[in-house]
Ligand binder design. Structure first.
Ligand SMILES: [Zn+2]
Length: 183
């Protein structure tokens, strides 16, 4: 398949050409407040925006391949991977793609285990609106396990905190969280 690179417009075998992947998707890993992140939100917001389109699964896979996948290949302790609210929209779930990219001999994804029961759309909402609309997560996975939480973006860490609280009630130990981008 031939694509037009979504960043520079040249024809390419990938929707983000090799040159743009080298120029814009070289991760700078940061570990803060028990969250591992790879990019700054403002640096990749153009690509993150594709999560609302069908085409987005390919874009998310490319971002994951350049960041989370490399991180996971250098991680050698056993844990489960829990994508936050991997409810498929437009035929795929972006957090499920991220979790799948981290799958190794040591890291196993638990798909569809943590779903929000409140479908309120968080994107571009104010902190006040977010606080008054908790996600009300429902966990359906195993208890007494060590996990890594996976999400696409964190700004206030509100979602991750709420997810952790839910998991704690099931005796699930969150080692840390991994996100593509920090706001
Ligand atoms: Zn390009």
């Amino acid at each position: 398949m031939i694509f037009k690179c979504v960043l520079c417009g040249i024809f390419s075998f990938s929707p983000v050409c090799e040159k743009c992947q080298r120029d814009f998707l070289k991760p700078s890993i940061e570990y803060k407040d028990e969250i591992v992140s790879f990019y700054r939100f403002d640096d990749i917001k153009e690509l993150l925006h594709y999560k609302y389109e069908k085409f987005g699964s390919r874009i998310f896979w490319i971002m994951a391949k350049n960041s989370l996948k490399i991180f996971a290949r250098n991680y050698f302790e056993k844990a489960f991977l829990i994508p936050v609210d991997d409810n498929p929209e437009k035929g795929y779930s972006h957090t499920a793609i991220l979790a799948k990219s981290m799958q190794t001999k040591y890291l196993k994804p638990l798909f569809s285990s943590l779903r929000a029961s409140n479908s309120f759309k968080y994107a571009s909402k104010s902190l006040k609106e977010r606080l008054s609309n908790p996600r009300n997560f429902v966990y359906k996975g195993a208890g007494d396990i060590d996990v890594i939480l996976i999400d696409d973006v964190t700004t206030t860490s509100l979602t991750l905190k709420e997810a952790k609280q839910t998991l704690k009630k099931h005796n699930v130990n969150v080692l840390f969280s991994v996100v593509l981008a920090r706001g």
